[in-house]
Design a protein around this ligand. Structure first.
Ligand code: SAM
Length: 287
């Protein structure tokens, strides 16, 4: 009897005046959880475009963040033969396990923000995902730390976040996220995805972006920790001049020595300028 339940529900549900939640429960449908940013991709056109952009190949080491109901998972796995995925939602993880055996899916049922990415074996990993928008920036910062282990990243994010990632100096979208990511990755905005491609429909546009690690071509920042601190401090007070915002790090003569104008603001500095300031501080501390 139990195995007939979904069919019975399909016949009965349209005859009853049920709420969305009651329908979902009867049909054993997943009820999207807003706290996990669950807007599931349902439009096959965009699913196809994302898969084409990723171009998965047999044997690729793919890690999907937030597979959800498996809109991308299924198609990726068909090409690569195996997939690793991190999913925080217990119910979704159970559904995924039911659908995909362990031989094709290695599932980590946990918070991607707490996942130990350094434990991923070897390099050449490809990270993909329609990311939960509420954790996209911290997640990108985590991925930045393992740039050396990655071949590429393809993620869908809120369009505004993608604009900030790709932004060039002197615009209002240029900020800490732009500098930190561009110091590690070559970033390409691929295409925009409208709200209607998801269920439930989000309030914002989304965009798919590709990040290619610069590896040995990354700018020499002297010391990564110092670089992070300088960039964070400069943008924490982005309306102030560098002279004021970075007063704890640099004196006027330091700006003169680096050739960077202390009257400029953080948004006027390129990634190369920030790298130069960071290298100079390392040099000064070692003198
Ligand atoms: N990939 C699916 C798709 O395209 O339809 C789902 C995308 S949905 C925007 C985000 C997914 O990430 C959900 O499955 C959600 O449960 C999961 N998620 C949210 N926060 C997470 C976290 N901190 N760690 C891992 N997964 C998370």
């Amino acid at each position: 009897m139990a195995s007939d339940a979904p069919d019975v529900a399909k016949e009965i549900v349209p005859l009853l005046r049920l709420t969305f939640l009651e329908c979902a429960a009867l049909e054993n449908r997943h009820i999207p959880r807003r706290r996990f940013g669950q807007n599931f991709l349902t439009d096959n056109h965009y699913i196809g475009r994302i898969i084409t952009a990723i171009a998965p190949d047999a044997g690729d080491k793919l890690l999907e963040i937030g597979p959800g109901l498996g809109a991308l998972t299924d198609k990726l796995m068909t090409k690569t033969g195996h997939l690793h995925a991190i999913e925080i939602d217990r119910d979704l993880a159970a559904r995924l396990r039911q659908r995909f055996p362990e031989t094709v899916l290695t599932l980590y049922e946990q918070d991607a923000l707490r996942f130990d990415f350094t434990a991923l074996a070897g390099g050449d990993w490809r990270v993909v995902g329609n990311l939960p928008y509420n954790i996209s920036s911290p997640l990108l910062f985590r991925l930045m730390e393992i740039a050396g282990k990655l071949r590429d990243i393809h993620v869908m994010l809120q369009k505004e976040v993608v604009m900030r990632m790709c932004a060039m100096p002197s615009g209002k979208e240029y900020g800490r996220l732009s500098v930190m990511l561009q110091a590690r990755f070559y970033i390409v905005k691929l295409f925009t995805v409208p709200p209607g491609a998801f269920s439930p429909v989000p309030k914002v546009d989304s965009a798919v972006v590709r990040l290619l690690p610069l590896h040995e071509k990354a700018p020499d920042v002297g010391d990564q920790k110092i670089f992070n601190q300088i960039v964070a401090a400069a943008f924490a007070q982005r309306r102030k001049t560098l002279r004021n915002a970075l007063a704890t790090f640099f004196r006027e003569e330091d700006f003169v020595a680096t050739g960077i104008d202390g009257r400029a603001r953080a948004e006027n500095l390129s990634v190369a300028d920030f790298s130069c300031l960071s290298r100079y501080l390392v040099y000064r501390q070692q003198r």
